[in-house]
Design a protein around this ligand. Structure first.
Ligand code: AMP
Ligand code: MG
Length: 420
C-alpha cells in the first residue's frame, strides 16, 4: 500500500470532499519525514536555523560562585542579631578576585560578577552598609547565602542546554557563546520550488493585455518562504498546457524538497492539470471545510512533497499559513512550536459565521480607548481582496463548530507579524 493510502486507512472519517482543517493537518503531519542531514556552521550564521544535535554543556556557567550585586562579601556565620561590625580587608573585582582566605570578623568589598572570596558565602548590598573607617556596619535582617550566583546555576556540566530540532533564536547564540562554542551542527537548509499556473497571468514588468492579471502569488509565497528561512527556487509562471506543466513539475521535484504551486486545483480547471499531477506522483485532491481556500492538492511528486494551493490571492496565503508553513517547518526538522500560537482576545466587530467549516478572517489587533487589546475585522473579506491581508496583522480563527460572533465576544487570533 502507498504511503498516502496507509495514512488515510489509519484516519477515521477521511472525507476528501469535506476535509476538516484539523484532520488535514493531522494527515500532513503523518506524511512528513523530516530531513536529517546536518552541516556545521559558525554560531552567528545559525540564527533561524534548526539545531541538528543536542548542545551539551562542557563547563559550568558561571564557573564559580560569584556576587550578584555590588556590596561586601562576608561569612554568614559572623552575622548577629543586631548590627554586625566587620573589618574590610580588600576588594574583589569581576575578573580580578580576592584570593586570600577571609577570616572571622572580616569582609571584602565586592563588585557584581566577582568570584566570592574564599571563606565568604554572603553578599550585603552597598546601599545598606555604613562605612566607618576601615570597618563596615551591616544592619540586621540579612540572610546567609544572599545575593550570590551559584556555579553552574545557568548551565551545568553534562546537561543538554539546547535540543536538536530547535529553531535557533538570539538568546541561543549567546548561550552557545557562553559555552565557548564556535561552530554548531544545523540541519541543511530546506529547498522549496514554486510556480504559478494560469494562462491569464502576466509577470511583473510586462504590460497587461486584456483579461490578464499580474501574478501576485509568487510574491506572497516568496515573502512567506523567505521568512521561514528556506532556500527558494522561483520557477515563474507556467502556462496551462500539459507539456509546460509536466516539464515544470519534473524540474521542481528533482531540485527541491518541496514544491508549491498556486492555481489549477479548483473544479473548472482543465482536467489535464489534475491528471498530470496524478501521473507524475501520488496526489490527493481535497475540498477543505474552510474559508477562504477550499480546494487544495497534496502529496508527493518523486521525492518532493507537493502542495497545490488555490489560485485566489488570499486563499493562497491562508492555506499556506494553515498547512504549508507547519509542514515545511516539520520537514526542515523543527520539533517545537510548529503551529502558530493562538491568543484569545475580545472582538469588537460582529462576524457572521456558520458552523461546519473553519474561517480565517483578516483582523487588526490594536488597543481600544481604554488601552485594552482587541481585534476588529478588516474591510471586505473576499478571497481575491489581497488588501485585506496587507491591512491585517492577525488572522481571526473561527473554529469549525463555531457560529456567529457578537461584538464583545472572545475569539482566537493568530499573529502574523514577526512570526516565521
Ligand atoms: P484558479 O485557482 O487557477 O482557478 O484561480 C482562481 C483565481 O485566482 C482566478 O481569478 C485567477 O485569476 C486568480 N489567480 C490565480 N493565480 C494567480 C496568481 N498567481 N496571482 C494572482 N491571481 C491569481
Ligand atoms: Mg487557473
Amino acid at each position: 500500500m502507498s504511503e498516502l493510502k496507509k495514512i488515510i486507512s489509519c484516519m477515521d472519517d477521511y472525507d476528501p470532499e469535506a476535509m476538516r482543517v484539523d484532520k488535514a493537518r493531522e494527515f500532513i503531519r503523518a506524511l512528513i519525514r523530516p530531513i536529517q542531514t546536518n552541516e556545521r556552521i559558525a554560531v552567528r550564521g545559525s540564527l533561524g536555523r534548526i539545531l541538528g544535535e543536542d548542545i551539551v554543556s562542557n563547563i559550568n556557567v558561571p564557573s564559580h560562585d560569584n556576587s550578584a550585586m555590588d556590596g561586601w562579601a562576608l561569612r554568614g556565620e559572623d552575622l548577629g542579631e543586631g548590627p554586625t561590625r566587620l573589618r574590610e580587608v580588600g576588594v574583589a573585582y569581576a575578573g580580578r578576585g580576592y584570593s586570600r582566605e577571609v577570616a572571622k570578623g572580616e569582609a571584602v568589598r565586592i563588585m557584581t560578577g566577582a568570584v566570592m572570596p574564599p571563606g565568604t558565602d554572603t553578599v550585603v548590598i552597598q546601599e545598606v552598609v555604613q562605612k566607618d573607617g576601615e570597618y563596615i556596619v551591616v544592619p540586621p535582617g540579612q540572610k546567609v547565602g544572599q545575593n550570590k550566583r551559584l556555579a553552574g546555576e545557568d548551565l551545568s556540566v553534562g546537561k543538554a542546554v539546547l535540543h536538536a530540532g530547535r529553531q535557533i533564536i538570539p538568546a541561543d547564540l549567546g548561550l552557545m557563546a557562553s559555552l565557548g562554542i564556535a561552530e554548531v551542527p544545523v540541519r541543511r537548509r530546506l529547498r522549496v520550488a514554486f510556480f504559478s499556473t494560469g494562462d491569464e497571468l502576466a509577470s511583473v514588468g510586462s504590460v497587461l493585455k486584456e483579461g490578464e492579471v499580474y501574478d501576485s502569488n509568487r510574491y506572497t509565497i516568496y515573502g512567506m518562504l523567505a521568512r521561514l528561512g528556506v532556500e527558494v527556487i522561483d520557477m515563474g509562471v507556467v502556462r496551462d498546457d500539459p507539456a509546460s506543466l509536466e516539464k515544470a513539475f519534473r524540474e521542481a521535484s528533482e531540485n527541491a524538497d518541496a514544491v508549491i504551486t498556486s492555481g489549477g486545483v479548483s473544479v473548472g480547471e482543465a482536467d489535464f492539470t489534475r491528471d498530470l499531477m496524478i501521473k507524475l506522483g501520488e496526489v490527493l485532491f481535497w475540498k477543505i471545510a474552510m474559508k477562504p481556500g477550499r480546494p487544495m492538492a497534496l502529496g508527493k511528486i518523486g521525492e518532493a512533497y507537493f502542495f497545490g494551493l488555490p489560485g485566489n490571492p488570499v486563499s493562497v496565503m491562508i492555506t499556506f499559513y494553515a498547512f504549508v508553513r507547519g509542514a515545511l517547518l516539520a520537514l526542515a526538522g523543527r520539533t517545537e512550536e510548529i503551529e502558530l500560537p493562538t491568543l484569545s482576545v475580545t472582538c469588537s466587530t460582529a462576524l457572521k459565521k456558520n458552523p461546519g467549516r473553519t474561517e480565517f478572517q483578516r483582523g487588526v489587533l490594536a488597543r481600544n480607548g481604554q488601552g485594552e487589546w482587541e481585534v476588529r475585522v478588516t474591510g471586505a473579506q473576499g478571497s481575491g481582496v489581497l488588501r485585506s491581508m496587507s491591512e491585517a496583522n492577525c488572522l481571526i480563527v473561527l473554529e469549525h463548530e463555531r457560529g456567529s460572533v457578537k461584538p464583545g465576544d472572545k475569539v482566537n487570533i493568530q499573529l502574523m507579524e514577526g512570526l516565521a
